[in-house]
Design a protein around this ligand. Structure first.
Ligand code: C5P
Length: 303
């Protein structure tokens, strides 16, 4: 490691509830969501360079070729946005080490943007105030502000307005990835088609979900998980239904599609229980499968 290299680690997100309203005039959908950050991580390393560049490395089971390495990559956009904000003219080489599913409905791209913001802020010594960093994050994408914060939080607006909520205890999740990702705009477009005749209601967060979190009650949380995008994701990938059913049959408290999918999530009692469900899914050919706990903190500089 060079003296001036900075690395940040950032978790994946899941949505414990994802209420989606009718499409707005700006093309986004109003959301009422409860986010939780879980322990599947990407790492973003930045180091001074003569020119801006980005490389993606990591877990060979992930379709890394699907991650853009040009100026459209969210980590690159984040670094350049922060540089422009502070009138910094110091290009960086960015290395993104992926551990979060690619195009999996777990905000991997947004996570990299959040990590790039905190890593560059530390590298350049720009000491951006938190509210300013949150505003820049919201410009980059709806999920980016939450990934700076982490933990468990309510998301409103298009998801970018974040308020932490009380969640007692630890929750164990099994994540079953799909080998092929799903495009978020395509899933929202399918959601609009499904609601063409009966417009979606204004989204709300179920009270039962918040009380389950406040009481650390895993079984009650399992009963209150909800994802309005799930029918659209299943319409585009009917095989997700089998994966969800398989997890429920192998004793998970609840099964749901993660965000816009196609990753599937299974809520379990403990690490042992999660490993048992993960083994069952793996044996039946679903996955790649991993276990992760939540909540965990958002993007942090680690070196
Ligand atoms: O905000 P972000 O860039 O992550 O959004 C990606 C796409 O997902 C948007 O272009 C839009 O099609 C869809 N989206 C949406 N409503 C939201 C968030 C995202 O329609 N609240």
């Amino acid at each position: 490691m060079t003296a001036q290299e900075t690395a940040a680690r950032v978790p994946a997100k899941v949505n414990l509830s994802l209420g989606v309203g009718p499409v707005r005039e700006d093309g986004f959908h109003p959301l009422a969501t409860v986010y939780q950050a879980i322990g599947l991580y990407d790492e973003v390393v930045v180091r001074p360079a003569d020119a801006w560049s980005l490389r993606v490395v990591g877990d060979r089971r992930l379709p890394l070729a699907d991650v853009p390495t040009d100026g459209t990559n969210l980590a690159m956009r984040a670094a350049r946005l922060l540089a422009a904000h502070h009138a910094v003219d110091e290009p960086v080489e960015i290395v993104v080490r992926k551990g979060i599913p690619v195009a999996g409905g777990m905000a991997g791209g947004s996570a990299d943007a959040a990590a790039a913001l905190v890593a560059c802020d530390a590298l350049w010594g720009t000491r951006t105030a938190r509210p300013e960093l949150m505003t820049l994050a919201a410009e980059l994408g709806s999920d980016v502000p939450f990934l700076l914060v982490g933990g468990t939080a309510i998301g409103s607006g298009r998801g970018e307005q974040v308020t932490p909520v009380m969640a007692r205890g630890t929750y164990w999740w099994v994540v079953a990835e799909s080998v092929r990702g799903l495009s978020t705009p395509a899933v929202y477009a399918e959601f609009d088609r499904l609601h063409a005749d009966a417009p979606a209601a204004e989204p709300e967060i179920p009270d039962v979900l918040l009380s389950a979190l406040g009481g650390g009650d895993v079984a009650a949380l399992g009963r209150s998980l909800v994802n309005d995008l799930q029918p659209a994701a299943i319409r585009l990938r009917p095989e997700l239904r089998q994966c969800l059913d398989e997890g429920l049959e192998s004793s998970a408290h609840a099964a749901l599609v993660s965000g816009s999918g196609p990753s599937c999530l299974f809520l379990c009692d403990s690490e042992e229980h999660a490993q048992q469900v993960a083994t069952a899914l793996d044996r039946r050919g679903f996955g790649p499968v991993s276990c992760a706990r939540g909540p965990v903190p958002g993007a942090r500089v680690i070196r």
